[in-house]
Design a protein around this ligand. Structure first.
Ligand code: ADP
Ligand code: MG
Length: 265
């Protein structure tokens, strides 16, 4: 693995086979990925191609069958304070206030939460004054904003997002996309966004990684040429539309997924 001075994220030969009662599922095969520090990439691909498996492995939540992942000089072998994660659902504990939910990862790691940073982030995402509310008092979009704050509270180097806005309505989703770009422009975290919306992938990322169906591997990397900050009006331009369509074709041309389960011999 190449050693770099900055905190580039390196995935090398990532292979994951799940062993199930009915046989083995080859979820990832030899995935290589390098994300420079501060780069924003997105990953798209057919359902079941291993996107979540890849992201969870990077987060240290899954153990690879073979291959390795490193952040800068450090191997990722388990959950890591420099890596924050956002899921499709906000996953806020209903019996804890928003602030107590945001503090939970620090609590688990037994470190003191940075209250000032949390307040700044709450203000940043438009949730000033909502820290003492309960999750049920917030809309879906607001809950996802709170979960962005939770992911960023420990000031991670890397932010991982697994289809974070899939459950939101189109309007709220556009708002969240603008917010994510603003936060990224202000903080330059390394971001990996998984999404089933190719438009969202193109709108937000510097590069779009296209994954092929099982076993998942990277089939193509597409550079996104649009200047930043990007406005929502970009999505209505011919250039944007053409790039989204090219990626869509790339995904559609892939051979259909092999059977999910390869019988263990
Ligand atoms: P994606 O996020 O791209 O939809 P996943 O990473 O969730 O794909 O899943 C990739 C493949 O691995 C799928 O065939 C899925 O059924 C299988 N899979 C995912 N998690 C498990 C698990 N815990 N046990 C067994 N198979 C799994
Ligand atoms: Mg998934």
């Amino acid at each position: 693995m190449t050693r770099t001075t900055d905190k580039a994220l390196n995935v090398r030969g990532a292979t994951k086979t799940y062993r199930t009662q009915s046989g083995e599922v080859h979820a990832l095969k030899d995935v290589d990925l390098t994300v420079r520090q501060g780069e924003f990439i997105s990953v798209v691909g057919p359902s079941g191609c291993g996107k979540t498996t890849l992201l969870w492995s990077i987060a240290g939540l899954h153990r690879l069958t073979s291959g390795a992942i490193a952040l800068g000089e450090e191997w990722i072998t388990g959950p890591h304070a420099s890596i924050g994660m956002m899921f499709q659902e906000a996953n806020l504990l209903p019996w804890r206030t928003i602030r107590k939910n945001i503090e939970l990862p620090s609590e688990i790691r037994r470190i003191r939460p940075d209250e000032q940073r949390i307040d700044t982030l709450l203000r940043r995402v438009g949730l000033e004054g909502f820290g003492e509310k309960m999750p049920r008092e917030l809309s879906g979009g607001m809950q996802q904003r709170a979960s962005i704050v939770r992911a960023l509270a420990s000031d991670p180097t890397v932010l991982l997002m697994d289809e974070p806005f899939g459950a939101l309505d189109a309007f709220t989703r556009d708002e969240m996309n603008k917010l994510v770009e603003e936060i990224w422009l202000g903080s330059r975290k390394t971001v990996i966004l998984i999404t089933h919306s190719i438009a969202e992938a193109v709108f937000l990322a510097d590069k779009v990684y296209v994954m092929s169906a099982r076993p998942g591997r990277i089939s193509r990397v597409v550079d996104v040429p649009f200047a930043r900050p990007r406005s929502l009006a970009l999505m209505e331009t011919r250039e944007f539309f053409d790039l989204v369509n090219a990626i869509k074709h790339e995904i559609q041309q892939q051979p259909p997924a092999k059977s999910a389960v390869a019988r263990a011999v």
